[in-house]
Design a protein around this ligand. Structure first.
Ligand SMILES: [Zn+2]
Ligand SMILES: [Zn+2]
Length: 355
C-alpha cells in the first residue's frame, strides 16, 4: 500500500510504500478511492492547536506521532474482511465513519463514538488515516452505503457535512429563525446547504472573502456579510432584524467568537466548531443577563452521519464547490488550505495513485 505521511510536522508529506495490513477479527480493509482535505488536517500537519495566550496543544500528546497518515474523509471499496466481520461484502463501496471510539463503552455502543472517553481511534487524528490507498477499519458498523452519491461529494460527508449537521442538530431552529454561519469554507458552505435542506431560509453567511460569500449566496444564504467592516456585530444583528437566534462558528478565532456572541438576540445560541485557535475573553454578566448559550460541537455521531447521507441520497443537499485532485497534490492542497485559498473542498483521488 501507499500512504502520504507526515514525517516531520510542517514539512511536506512524504509518500511511503509499505505492506498492506491484513484484517483480523471484525476488521475490514478498505481500498481508499477518495479522501477530502479538511482544515483540521492543516493543524495536525502543523503539529499543534493554538490555545491562545502563547499556549499550544501538541497533537503528539494525543497519539499523533510521525510518521503519521492524515485524512478523515475516506471513501473506498471493501477489499478484505476479518473472519468475524459481518454485514459487508468484498467489492462494496462504502463511506467510512472516521470518529471511531473504543467500541465498548456505553457511548460507543449507542453510536456516539465521537464522545468516547475510554480510547478514541479517530482516523487521521490519532490513528492512521485516509491519505493512503488502504485503510483498516475496526468494525463494519463504521461503513455506510452511499450508493447514488457522487464519489468526491460522498467523501466530504464524513467530516465537513457531518460537523455542520451536528452543530445544526444542537439548535432547535424553526423556519423563521435567523442563523449566522461564520466562515464559508468547506464546513460553512455545507452548513448553508444543510440549513436550507432543513427548511431554514433566514441565513446570514459571514466571511472575509468575497468568493466564499458568493458561493454561500449561491447555495441559498439570504444575506452575506463581509465581516471586515468596523461594526460587524451590529451589521449582523441588524441583517437578522435584531433577532439572531443562533450563530455557528466554523472559524473559531477570538474575533469570530466575539462577533457571534455579540450579535445574538436574548436567549440566542452560539455554537463553536472551528479550531483556528486563540482564547475567548468575554464579560460574564451579559451571558447570564442575555441568557446566551455557548455550545461546543465536535464532528458528529454515527446516526448523524447516516442522516446526512440520507439527505444527500434524497438530493436534498446542494454540494459546495468540490475539486478532485490527484493524491500527489496533497502538499499543494494543504498549503493552499492554510493560506485560505481553497473554495469549498478539495478531495484527493487515491484510486489512480501510483508508486
Ligand atoms: Zn475535518
Ligand atoms: Zn468508547
Amino acid at each position: 500500500m501507499l500512504s502520504w505521511d507526515i514525517v516531520e510536522h510542517g514539512k511536506p508529506l512524504q509518500k511511503a510504500l509499505r505492506e498492506t495490513p491484513k484484517p483480523t477479527g471484525t476488521e475490514v480493509l478498505v481500498r481508499v478511492t477518495r479522501a477530502g482535505v479538511c482544515h483540521s488536517d492543516v493543524h495536525i500537519w502543523d503539529g499543534y492547536f493554538d490555545w491562545g495566550g502563547g499556549k499550544r496543544f501538541y497533537v503528539k500528546d494525543r497519539g499523533c506521532v510521525p510518521p503519521f497518515t492524515l485524512g478523515h474523509e475516506p471513501l473506498g471499496f471493501v477489499e478484505a474482511l476479518g473472519p468475524r466481520a459481518r454485514g459487508v461484502r468484498v467489492g462494496q463501496k462504502r463511506l467510512v465513519y472516521p470518529w471511531i471510539g473504543c467500541g465498548k463503552c456505553a457511548l460507543c455502543k449507542a453510536g456516539k463514538d465521537n464522545y468516547c472517553v475510554s480510547g478514541t481511534r479517530y482516523l487521521g487524528v490519532n490513528r492512521s488515516g485516509a491519505y493512503a490507498t488502504h485503510l483498516l477499519i475496526p468494525h463494519p458498523r463504521y461503513l455506510i452505503d452511499v450508493a447514488g452519491i457522487d464519489d468526491s461529494f460522498a467523501a466530504t460527508l464524513a467530516c465537513s457535512a457531518l460537523t455542520a449537521y451536528s452543530a445544526i442538530n444542537k439548535l432547535a431552529l424553526g423556519p423563521k429563525d435567523w442563523v449566522a454561519v461564520l466562515g464559508c469554507g468547506g464546513l460553512g458552505l455545507a452548513a448553508v446547504s444543510i440549513l436550507r435542506a432543513r427548511g431554514v431560509r433566514n441565513i446570514v453567511a459571514c466571511d472575509v472573502d468575497e468568493a466564499k460569500l458568493a458561493a454561500a449566496k449561491k447555495l441559498g444564504a439570504k444575506h452575506t456579510l463581509d465581516t471586515r467592516v468596523a461594526d460587524a456585530a451590529q451589521m449582523l444583528a441588524s441583517l437578522a432584524g435584531g433577532s439572531l437566534a443562533s450563530a455557528i462558528d466554523f472559524v473559531g478565532t477570538p474575533a469570530t467568537a466575539s462577533l457571534g456572541i455579540a450579535a445574538l438576540r436574548k436567549g440566542g445560541r452560539y455554537v463553536l466548531c472551528g479550531l483556528h485557535g486563540g482564547e475567548l475573553v468575554q464579560p460574564l454578566p451579559p451571558i447570564a443577563q442575555r441568557a446566551i448559550a455557548i455550545i461546543g460541537s465536535f464532528v458528529g455521531d454515527l446516526h448523524e452521519l447516516k442522516a446526512v447521507v440520507a439527505l444527500a441520497k434524497r438530493k436534498k443537499l446542494r454540494p459546495a464547490p468540490i475539486e478532485t485532485r490527484p493524491a500527489d497534490e496533497v502538499n499543494r492542497t494543504l498549503e493552499e488550505l492554510k493560506a485560505g485559498r481553497i473554495l469549498g473542498r478539495v478531495v484527493l483521488d487515491f484510486e489512480h495513485a501510483a508508486a
